[in-house]
Design a protein around this ligand. Sequence first.
Ligand SMILES: Cc1ncc(COP(=O)(O)O)c(C=O)c1O
Length: 390
Amino acid sequence: MSLKWNEIISPVIQHLPPSGIRRFFDLATEVSGIISLGVGEPDFVTPRLIRDSACYSLEKGYTMYTANAGLLELREEIASHLQEQYQVSYEPREEVLITVGTSEALDLALRAILCPGDEVLIPEPCYVSYSSCTIMAGGVPVPIRTTPDQHFQLTPEQVEAAITPRTKAIIMNYPNNPTGAIMRKAELEHIAALVRKHGLVVLSDEVYDKLTYEGTHTCFASLPDMKDHTILLNGFSKGYAMTGWRLGYVCGNREIIAAMTKIHQYTMLCAPITAQKAAIDALRYGKDEIATMVESYNQRRRLVVKGLSDIGLPCFEPKGAFYAFPSISHTGFTSEQFAERVLREAKVAVVPGNALGASGEGYIRISYASSTENLVEALDRIGTFLKAHV
Ligand SMILES: Cc1ncc(COP(=O)(O)O)c(C=O)c1O
């Protein structure tokens, strides 16, 4: 007799919605001739010098586990990078942990801090994992809706209004997936004042920090007093075009890093050594390659923003990451209807905004980490679709 898995699988997991992005990605593979602007990953292959470094480490026989916290050499390199870039100082032995992507860092942080019922403020629209990881860690996600009028930035008034005695943390993600919003130092300082006043923890997901096109990125931990309040999450996937290497890191107060290391050592043991070895050289020698990729995304950003406006889709101007988040509410379609019909009729895969939280309804996400040729053709196809239906 077969098992009744529906009675065995935990209700928490049963009730978790599957990622709406993956659903569209799967749908896209069923239709031929698709241009996919769906998945959020660089269209660059990892720069040669980083790949060479990985090959060399394998040749030298580096194929074993590392320390749970990661190679000390890499932690030192990360600490000096953060010092140089953002003037925030972390002690490499106790305040830096190497993880399997930013994803693991996020999961560890939530699991290490949340007790059942603790609330986490999550500005929306947002990256798909925040709410689900909060739930899996026993917490309660509290979405805060951001809109183009507020440049998709979190305001102090919204934070103040959402705080309850159960509020433990805020997840901040600037540059933002999916809106491309950034927050400047002065704006972040208003949030920091509330964080200080209410004793909150900030999970600052800065995985797109390198992809900032206007001004410079402000690391939340670099604001006065904020190093102690911040769990800084970052990784190599986006800026270094290393999504498949699965390498990230987390920095913070030594007690929280020790707590997260406990979970990490029982679940992951360590991040892959080849990726760690390559990341050391990425940090040491990868600046020029990053600058070249950023410039290329920036050109495509301009092209897409203009192209969307030309075909009649109003779009907030993204200032970071590699996404555009145009409004489709005037078309009369819901986000899902729009994405599904554009996929089937125009053969362009985009992500429906509601896959990025309820606040994303009325929008679609377009990743412009795709060739200029693809982008021009995709915009043309969406334009033709709009002419036929709107
Ligand atoms: C905001 C954000 N955080 C984290 C991640 C996951 O990054 P990683 O590949 O480092 O796990 C992504 C990936 O899309 C993302 O957009």
